[in-house]
Design a protein around this ligand. Structure first.
Ligand SMILES: [Zn+2]
Length: 171
């Protein structure tokens, strides 16, 4: 048998899955949320703050689409198996280093937690901006890419304070 592929690697690529630094099903599981956010990644093991969770991979594509993460303006990583499933939070527990293609823990992570990243940390433009309900005290409310104006579905611009986009809600 030349196929040494791990049965538990979340990536279906033989060349990656026989190396244990890629996301493994004994440490992570793909789940489907019932709150409309779609799929997500949940941990099965704890991670310490500052620990590297895994290396990541995917296909290099020229344009953004569902399940891509931006490497630069014209280069995107298409990964529908792992990174493309990470949910957004304005107070995320992981950071994706798109230069080294590694996922790092920003805080202590318990088994069973959903992994979250800040979409604006990789994307300059989002294919679809959205209202965030992450519940973090620093929640930006409306999520846009890091280099685009936040605009609501009806086309109106939200207020921009400094570099941080904020929706001004009338209470
Ligand atoms: Zn938020």
């Amino acid at each position: 048998m030349t196929d040494k592929r791990s049965e538990t690697c979340l990536y279906p690529f033989v060349e990656l899955s026989d190396r244990d630094e890629y996301p493994d099903g004994t440490k992570f599981e793909v789940i489907h949320t019932h709150d409309g956010r779609g799929a997500g990644i949940r941990t099965r093991t704890p991670f310490e703050r500052g620990e590297r969770l895994c290396k990541v991979s995917g296909q290099i594509v020229a344009s953004r689409r569902l399940h891509t993460l931006q490497i630069n303006e014209n280069v995107h990583l298409y990964d529908p198996h792992f990174t493309g499933l990470l949910l957004h939070s304005c107070d995320p527990n992981v950071f994706l280093n798109m230069v080294d293609m590694e996922l790092w823990a920003l805080k202590h992570i318990e088994p069973g937690e959903l992994l979250t990243m800040d979409y604006a940390s990789t994307e300059t433009v989002l294919s679809r901006q959205f209202a965030c309900q992450c519940g973090a005290p620093n929640c930006r409310g409306w999520i846009a890419g890091s280099k685009e104006s936040p605009h609501r579905p009806d086309g109106t611009l939200t207020a921009v304070i400094g570099d941080t986009a904020t929706i001004c809600e009338a209470h």
